[in-house]
Write a protein that binds this ligand. Structure first.
Ligand code: ZN
Length: 387
């Protein structure tokens, strides 16, 4: 009896060992990541990703990211509503804590526009603290909610002047190394209201703030660009080149707007982002790099008609010319209820640590996915109670 028990136990142990060391389907195994790259398609829910493949490639499942091996569904609600904005959406991805709409990487003890909540440490701050290099790129204002939630803490996403200034007074490390986005006019106006401006900030922190990517000197390893509009493709490849020199690894976050208020513009942005992702993937080593594609919230777009060989967006030009700005857009094959929606968004992942992306989970899980990919533990959990 004793002997057979021993045999069975050793067989079980052997099986456990074999399972724990087995490689994953994409061959990356459970290797630690040196680098993490997050592609945030703002407002790109599952239905938008599907529509982008139909629009850009004339067939479903043709986007590059749709070939990635790991998929999960991420639930993005804030603590008090069903529907998320970009502030709560990106804050929960970056800090592991759900908060309130409008609030930038502070706990739900914040009152929007009135009272600061507990600042929640972001993945970017963890990376800075550990000596990694970091980059944030956005097609939108570099101080708007999504990029802001990576490097700033504020009780209202509207405070873009204050948010931008925080990039120069980091709480960990030396702050974002490569910071490039749009929003020059708006941020400039808010800085002026606060009695400062780009030039003064640049002087005070000894860091030039450029108006375009072309202005950046080749020797500048930590460029800041606040443009009127940014070539995200070029900016991201530049950022990647600079960050890949890092001896300790890097974090790169790229936001590209995919709101489909204007359905063609939104879908084209997503197709362009997907091409950029393919290009980035060809330049990194997946054995040591985690790539994640996700959204901060979903959007009310549905494909409810159309067929193969015919343009998805029939009727778009007429709609555009009419200049109507109704809440619900009815094209032949596509209907857009022009608002954020509450259902889960997809997370697609490949590379080191990507196997942790699976099943349904709260949006906060991505924080754990990134930290665990690096092999880091979060600080003592702070979970400020809601008011
Ligand atoms: Zn958003």
């Amino acid at each position: 009896m004793k002997h057979s028990l021993f045999v069975r136990t050793s067989a079980a142990l052997f099986l456990m060992l074999a399972l724990s060391t087995s490689a994953y389907a994409d061959g990356t195994g459970d290797r630690r990541a040196r680098n993490v790259i997050v592609f945030l398609a703002d407002a790109a829910g599952v239905s938008t990703v599907h529509a982008a493949s139909l629009y850009g490639h004339g067939e479903p499942l043709r986007l590059h990211v749709q070939q990635w091996p790991h998929l999960g569904l991420s639930e993005m609600s804030p603590v008090d509503n069903w529907k998320s904005d970009s502030a709560n959406g990106m804050s929960q991805i970056m800090t592991g804590v759900k908060t309130r709409n409008g609030v930038i990487s502070q706990g739900p003890d914040a009152v929007r526009g009135e009272k600061d909540g507990t600042p929640m440490k972001t993945v970017l701050e963890y990376a800075e603290e550990r000596g990694l290099r970091t980059g944030v790129i956005s097609s939108q204002s570099i101080a708007d909610a999504t990029p802001a939630a990576t490097y700033a803490h504020a009780n209202d996403r509207g405070k873009q002047g204050e948010i931008f200034m925080q990039a120069f007074t980091p709480r960990h490390g030396d702050g974002v190394d490569v910071l490039m986005g749009a929003g020059r006019e708006r941020i400039g106006a808010l800085l002026a209201e606060a009695g400062t401006g780009f030039e003064e900030l640049a002087r005070r922190h000894r860091r030039p703030i450029h108006a375009s990517l072309e202005e950046v000197d080749a020797s500048n390893a930590r460029p800041v660009v606040v443009a009127d509009s940014l070539d995200v493709h070029a900016a991201t490849l530049r950022a990647l080149e600079l960050l890949q020199d890092s001896p300790e690894g890097y974090l790169l976050v790229v936001e590209w707007d995919a709101h489909t208020d204007d359905v063609r513009k939104g879908l084209q942005n997503l197709v362009d982002l997907d091409r950029l992702i393919a290009e980035v993937e060809s330049r990194v080593d997946l054995d040591e790099t985690l790539l994640v594609f996700t959204a901060d919230h979903s959007f009310g777009l549905q494909v409810d008609g159309g067929k193969r060989g015919e343009p998805l967006l029939a009727g778009y030009d007429e709609w555009k010319q009419a200049g109507v700005r109704e809440d619900v857009v009815r094209l032949e094959n596509v209907m857009v209820n022009r608002t954020h929606t509450a259902e889960e968004v997809m997370v697609l992942a490949t590379g080191a640590g990507a196997q942790r992306v699976r099943g349904y989970f709260p949006g906060t899980h991505l924080f754990d996915v990134m930290l665990e990919a690096w092999g880091w533990s979060p600080d003592t959990p702070v979970n400020p109670a809601a008011n």
